[in-house]
Write a protein that binds this ligand. Sequence first.
Ligand SMILES: [Mg+2]
Length: 225
Amino acid sequence: MLRLPIKRALISALLANIFFTSALCFAKEPVNLAISKQQVVRYHDSGEYDKDIKNVVNDAMRYLKIRMTRPFPQDKKPAIVLDIDETSLSNYADMKRLDFGGTIQEIRADEDKGEDPVIKPTLKLYRFAKDNHITVFFITGRFEEERGTTENNLRKVGYDSWEKLILRDGEYRTKPAAVYKTAMRKQLSEQGYDIILNMGDQKSDLAGGYADKTFKLPNPYYLIP
Ligand SMILES: [Mg+2]
C-alpha cells in the first residue's frame, strides 16, 4: 500500500504527463512567415491600414474637441504627445523594400535619409492642436544624433513647429521604450504640462501613465516592447 504523499506525487506526475502529451498533440504550426508578410502587405495596400489609422485619429480628434469645451486649470498647460515612426511619419516603403526585416544599421540608414512620408490624419490632429493653442511634444525612440534629419523630415511634410522633440539619449539610450517614454512624460508633467492625449503605434508608447487619454494606432509590421 502506497503512503498518501507518494500516491499524490504519482498522481501529479501522471497528470503533468497527460497535460504535456496532449499539449504536444494539439501544438499548431504557426502561420508561415511568408504568408504573414503577404497579409500585412494586403492590409496596407487594400487601404484597411489607412482606414484604421483614420478611425483612431477621428476618435482622438473628437476627444480633443470635447476637452476644448472644458476650462483648463490655471496652473496647467494642455499638451499632446505624439510618437514619430508609424504615428507621424511612415516607414512602410522602406520596411517593404527590406522585406520587413533588415539590420539595425539598414533601418537607421533609411530613417536618416529623412524622406519618410507623412501620416496624414496625424498631421490633421497636430494642426488642430496647434490651432487651439495646445502644446505639441514629439517623443521618439530615435536617437539624439538623428535630431537633424528627423527635424528636417518633420518640417518637410508639414509638422512645422513643436515645443520639444525628445529623442533617446544618456541613460535612456538602452532603457526599454516604455521606461524611457514614461520618464519623459513625467518630466513634462512636472514642468506643469497636462498631457491630455498621448498617441502612438506601440503599447510601449502609451504604457506608464502621465497622460489623460491614450490612442493606439495599428502597426502589424514590428513590435517595440
Ligand atoms: Mg512608433
